[in-house]
Design a protein around this ligand. Structure first.
Ligand SMILES: Cc1cc2nc3c(=O)[nH]c(=O)nc-3n(C[C@H](O)[C@H](O)[C@H](O)COP(=O)(O)O)c2cc1C
Length: 210
């Protein structure tokens, strides 16, 4: 399948992905706000994580932690801490993922980065500010990989930051050192998006060559 979406450049000449993959991951994928009732299997969730975890992070830190919110009871507790406009779609999505970052991600460095653990672990243990910033930043990168991984598994996503993280943490992160930063609805969308895609910034506006 070739790509017939007009962009500033003919993507068919530049990409090694086939057109269907480019459409599924980027060009035709839309943020979803309403859902079919098709369920998502545990195997699909494992496939999404199998792709997500391969995306690069600084120090191979992998600070992302995911809570899959399947039960009605857990969703109701979640939406208590969400903006009103985000509640209905979160209650009806086939699956909801609460994305958090570990504030103690450095403790796994002997596994994730054994070649630098001896030097870097004490530094991150002592410097909470730098550890938290690295955890937050790298988990946000992993959230991007997560969104594309879900699309690769044939799902649409509805990422949201319109919620109160401290409130969500009282529900899902009370017994750990994780901090929530994004909630992502997942599923097959009900119909197509109701509004035109918003303008994306042109190459010349968003980039500079020096
Ligand atoms: C990090 C992030 C946070 C978002 N938060 C919300 C939200 O709280 N509520 C909402 O309705 N949409 C939210 N969105 C959806 C965006 O507005 C939407 O993805 C964007 O406009 C692109 O839409 P498109 O994929 O249909 O082109 C969020 C998206 C991202 C990536």
């Amino acid at each position: 399948m070739s790509i017939d979406i007009a962009t500033e450049i003919d993507l068919n000449n530049e990409l090694i992905l086939d057109g269907e993959a480019a459409a599924t991951l980027f060009l035709e994928a839309r943020t979803a706000n309403s859902w079919s009732d098709e369920e998502i299997s545990d195997e699909t969730l494992q496939a999404i994580y199998a792709l997500t975890k391969m995306g690069p992070t600084a120090f191979n830190s992998q600070p992302l932690r995911i809570t899959w919110v399947r039960s009605t009871e857990a969703r109701e507790r979640l939406v208590e801490h969400m903006m009103d406009g985000n509640k209905a779609k979160t209650l009806t999505a086939p699956m909801v993922a609460v994305l958090s970052f570990s504030k103690e991600w450095h403790a796994l460095m002997p596994t994730t980065a054994p070649h630098m653990a001896e030097m870097m672990m004490p530094m991150f243990e002592a410097n909470v500010e730098s550890r938290t910033a690295a955890g937050n930043n790298n988990a946000h990168m992993q959230a991007g990989y997560f969104i594309l991984a879900a699309r690769a598994a044939g799902l649409a996503v509805g990422p949201m930051t319109g919620f109160n993280p401290a409130g969500v943490d009282t529900v899902f992160n009370a017994d750990n050192s994780h901090q929530s930063f994004m909630v992502v609805n997942l599923g097959k969308p009900a119909g197509t998006s109701t509004h035109e895609r918003l303008t994306r910034l042109d190459f010349d506006l968003a980039t500079a060559t020096v």
